[in-house]
Unconditional design. Structure first.
Lengths: 329, 293
C-alpha cells in the first residue's frame, strides 16, 4: 500500500472514494456513530441522512433489561463530559422484537453493540442475534466504565478477552469488533489478545474513567463516584491509544474519542484507524456525523486524494522511525 | 408500534432582544428561522453558544414565550445567569447568533378540560407565562398562583399581571417571608383557594422540585390533576444519551409496562423516566416524589 499523502491537484469531492472495509463488512465511508450517542438510529433519522454516513453503532444491549444508574448521570467538565449511564437498555428480548425490525428499515449499515457481565452472557446474545438480518457486524462492549460487574476492569484481562472472543467467534458469520478501554497499562496487550481470540476489528477507545466533585456538597457530580469521560478533552489521549492499538495488530481499528471534525477523523485515520466513530459531538450538534463526513471529503478532495484508504496509517509513512502499519483490506 | 414523529431540529437563531429582567434575571428573545416548529408551553429548547464557547454542551431552557411576527417566529426565555453556560449566554448582544435545538419534550396539556390553575415557584414562572398566553388566546380564564421565598424573587410579576388581565384571570401571590401577598407557600395558598375553584381542577406547575413534589402530593390528595414541569442536567436533550433520569412511581412503572411495545419507542425504561423525552412535563402520579432529588 502506498501512502500518497503529499499535496496534489484538487479533485471533485464526488470523485473521492471513501469506502473502507471492516473484515467482511464494506462501509460506504469511515464515519460511524458511537454506541450510546445515537440511540437506535431512527431517533436522528429526520436530521441525519442515514444513507450517507458509514453506519450506526447502536446502544449496547444486554441479556436482561437494565434500568441504568441513579442520577446524576451526566456532568460537564472542561471540554468534555462525564457520564454514568450504566448501560440502560431494553434487554435482548425487546431488542430483538422491537428494535431490530426498526433497524432493518433504516437506510444505514447497523453495527449492534452487545455487552455482558460474563462470557456466557455474550454467548447468549450472539446465539440469539448472530444470524439476524439487518445487522452488519457486532461491537462487543468490553469497556463500560459504569457498571459494577462486567465492566472495563473485568474485561481488562487479556486472557479473558482472548478466550471469550475465541468462544464467540464461531457464533456469527458477521464481523466481531472488540471495543477496548483506554484504562489499561498497555493497550497493545488487550488489542493483541482480541486479535488472537479472533476479533475482526477493534474500537479504540471507550471513555476514560474520570471524576468530578461538588466541593460545597462534598459529593460526586455523578450518582456514582466515577464516570466515563468523553468529548474534545480526551481526543489527544484517545488518538495515542488508537495509534498504539493500530500498530500492535493486523486487524482494522475503529478510532473513537473526541472526534468532532473532519480533521479529527483524519488524524485518527492517519494514526492507523480504518474508520472512526463520532459520539459526544452528536449531543452538541445532532448533525455532527454528517458534517464530519462532509469535512473529511472536502479535505481529501482539496488535496487531490482519490481514496481515503490511502490515508490509513499515513502518519507513519511520513515518520519512518515508527513501524508502518499493515494494509487493512 | 407507535409512530413517533420527531419535529425538533437544530437551527441558527439571532438575538432579537436581551435585557435585565428583575434582580438577577434576564430575558432573551430570539428570532428563529422558518421551519423551526412553534413550541408548546412546557417544552424546552437546547441553547448552544457558538465557538468559542466556555462550555461544551448546549443548555436546556424552558420556553417563556413564542410569538409569530408575520411569518417569523420569535421565542423568549427567562433565566438567571448562575452557571458557566448561562453566564456566557448573558454576554450575548443583540444581533449575535447561537444555535438552538428544539422544540423538545412534552409540554403542558393545556387543552385538558377543567379549571386551569397555573402554579409557579420563583423563576419556574417562565413556562407558565407562556401557558397563560396560550390560555388567554383560546379565551380561557385561569388562576395563576405565584410563589417565591421573598417579594423580589417574584420575577416577571408585571408580565404575568399583564397577560392575565386580558381574560379576567386572577393572580394570587405568596411569599415565604410574607413580603408580598399570602404569607406562606403555594401549597398553603392552594389549600385556601381550593374551595372557590370549579372542579375539576387541572394544575400546571413549574418550580423547584421540592415545591413540585408538594403540589403533586396536594393534587393527588385532593382529587385534582397536576402536570409538573421538571428539570435535569442533560446532555443530548433528545432521548438517546439516557442522561436525565427521574424516578418513576409504582403507578408510572405499571403504566409503562402496560403500554408495552407501543411505549417502547419513547419510554424504554419502567424504572426511570427521561426528563427530556418522557417529560419535562409529568403527571403527578407518574413520578416517585420521595426519590425525586
Amino acid at each position: 500500500m502506498s501512502h500518497s499523502v503529499r499535496a496534489a491537484r484538487p479533485i471533485s469531492p464526488k470523485r473521492v472514494d471513501l469506502s473502507v472495509r471492516i473484515g467482511s463488512l464494506e462501509l460506504r465511508n469511515p464515519i460511524l456513530t458511537g454506541s450510546g450517542t445515537f440511540g437506535y438510529g431512527d431517533e436522528y433519522a429526520h436530521v441525519v441522512d442515514l444513507a450517507t454516513i458509514g453506519g450506526v453503532v447502536t446502544k449496547t444491549v444486554t441479556v436482561r433489561p437494565r434500568a441504568g444508574n441513579a442520577p446524576s448521570r451526566v456532568a460537564e467538565t472542561p471540554a468534555g463530559m462525564l457520564n454514568s449511564i450504566g448501560l440502560e437498555n431494553v434487554g435482548l428480548e425487546r431488542f430483538r422484537d422491537e428494535k431490530l425490525p426498526r433497524l432493518r428499515k433504516l437506510k444505514a449499515t447497523v453495527i449492534a453493540s452487545i455487552g455482558g457481565e460474563t462470557p456466557e452472557e455474550l454467548e447468549t446474545l450472539l446465539r440469539a442475534l448472530g444470524g439476524e438480518q439487518g445487522v452488519g457486524a457486532f461491537e462487543v462492549n468490553f469497556s463500560c466504565p459504569n457498571v459494577a460487574a462486567g465492566g472495563a476492569r473485568y474485561w481488562a484481562d487479556p486472557g479473558r478477552l482472548e478466550r471469550t472472543l475465541a468462544m464467540l467467534r464461531p457464533l456469527t458469520p458477521k464481523p466481531l469488533i472488540a471495543k477496548l478501554s483506554p484504562d489499561v497499562t498497555d493497550i497493545r496487550e488487550t488489542a493483541r489478545a482480541c486479535e488472537r481470540g479472533g476479533a475482526d476489528a477493534l474500537t479504540a477507545v471507550n471513555t476514560f474513567v474520570g471524576m468530578a466533585i461538588d466541593l460545597d456538597a462534598m459529593r460526586s457530580k455523578l450518582g456514582k463516584a466515577t464516570g466515563g469521560l468523553s468529548g474534545p478533552a480526551i481526543k489527544p489521549l484517545a488518538l495515542a491509544r488508537c495509534w498504539e492499538a493500530a500498530h500492535a495488530v493486523r486487524i482494522p481499528v475503529l478510532g473513537s474519542g473526541g472526534i468532532a471534525s473532519g480533521r479529527d477523523a483524519l488524524e485518527f485515520m492517519a494514526a492507523g484507524a480504518t474508520a472512526v466513530q463520532v459520539g459526544t459531538a452528536t449531543f452538541v450538534e445532532p448533525e455532527a456525523s454528517s458534517r464530519v463526513l462532509d469535512e473529511m471529503r472536502a479535505w481529501l478532495a482539496a488535496r487531490g486524494h482519490a481514496r481515503v484508504r490511502d490515508l490509513i496509517g499515513a502518519f507513519n509513512a511520513e515518520h519512518a522511525q515508527e513501524r508502518a502499519p499493515r494494509a487493512t483490506s | 408500534m407507535a409512530a413517533v414523529t420527531r419535529t425538533w431540529k437544530q437551527v441558527a437563531a439571532r438575538v432579537r432582544e436581551h435585557r435585565a429582567y428583575g434582580p438577577g434575571f434576564r430575558w432573551l428573545e430570539l428570532d428563529v428561522p422558518a421551519g423551526f416548529a412553534a413550541p408548546v408551553a412546557g417544552q424546552f429548547v437546547q441553547l448552544l453558544l457558538d465557538f468559542p464557547s466556555p462550555v461544551l454542551l448546549p443548555r436546556p431552557m424552558s420556553v417563556a414565550s413564542a410569538s409569530k411576527r408575520g411569518a417569523r417566529l420569535s421565542i423568549g426565555f427567562l433565566y438567571a445567569p448562575v452557571g458557566a453556560g448561562t453566564r456566557a449566554l448573558a454576554q450575548l448582544a443583540q444581533g449575535a447568533t447561537l444555535h438552538i435545538t428544539g422544540p423538545l419534550g412534552r409540554g403542558y396539556p393545556l387543552e385538558e378540560r377543567g379549571t386551569p390553575v397555573l402554579v409557579a415557584g420563583g423563576r419556574g414562572v417562565a413556562p407558565l407565562l407562556m401557558a397563560a398566553d396560550v390560555l388567554a388566546r383560546s379565551r380561557r380564564r385561569c388562576e395563576f398562583v405565584f410563589g417565591a421565598r421573598t417579594a423580589k424573587l417574584l420575577v416577571g410579576l408585571d408580565e404575568a399581571r399583564e397577560r392575565l388581565a386580558k381574560r379576567g384571570s386572577k393572580l394570587h401571590l405568596a411569599t415565604d417571608d410574607g413580603t408580598r401577598g399570602f404569607h406562606g407557600n403555594v401549597v398553603q395558598l392552594l389549600t385556601q383557594l381550593a374551595p372557590g375553584l370549579q372542579p375539576p381542577v387541572v394544575i400546571h406547575a413549574c418550580g423547584p422540585h421540592g415545591m413540585l413534589g408538594a403540589v403533586a402530593r396536594w393534587a393527588m390528595a385532593n382529587g385534582a390533576r397536576a402536570h409538573l414541569a421538571m428539570e435535569s442536567v442533560m446532555a443530548c436533550g433528545t432521548g438517546v444519551c439516557r442522561g436525565c433520569p427521574l424516578p418513576r412511581s409504582a403507578a408510572g412503572r405499571e403504566r409503562v409496562l402496560a403500554e408495552g411495545a407501543k411505549a417502547a419507542a419513547l419510554k424504554g425504561n419502567p424504572d426511570w423516566a427521561m426528563c427530556c423525552t418522557d417529560g419535562p412535563v409529568f403527571e403527578a402520579c407518574e413520578l416517585d416524589w420521595d426519590r425525586v432529588e
